[in-house]
Design a protein. Structure first.
Length: 121
């Protein structure tokens, strides 16, 4: 079975997006990539995988974000709420187990205490 490897998001400003994900979810910078036009990408460690915040992505898609959602796990939803409040990040939707926010590029992101059932053998 494969583990989560990476998710790449196209963002307008890599620094702004990286700051958001660091403040909202505690992700830590793993790599910074420059090219002739300047900062091209910042990669953030997300558990065993990586969140790649890229100025440009291969393939087509809406430049204003997506209808997808990127959700990180937490053991304490109240502590996650407090972290978002401290960072000035508004919760735009919620369920009993998940808080949802919008990143600076309009991507939906969140944090959840929901645990999936283990796969059956």
């Amino acid at each position: 079975m494969s583990a989560f490897h990476h998710v790449a998001l196209r963002v307008k400003d890599c620094e702004v997006a990286a700051r958001f994900y660091a403040q909202a979810f505690g992700l830590v910078e793993a790599r910074r990539i420059e090219d002739e036009a300047g900062l091209r990408a910042i990669w953030l460690r997300a558990g065993t995988g990586v969140l790649m915040l890229e100025r440009a992505l291969r393939g087509a898609g809406d430049a204003a974000g997506s209808g997808h959602v990127l959700v990180f796990s937490t053991d304490d939803l109240q502590r996650a709420q407090a972290r978002l409040d401290t960072a000035g990040i508004a919760v735009v939707d919620r369920t009993a187990s998940t808080l949802y926010v919008s990143d600076p590029d309009g991507h939906r992101a969140g944090v959840s205490v929901h645990r999936f059932d283990p796969p059956s053998a």
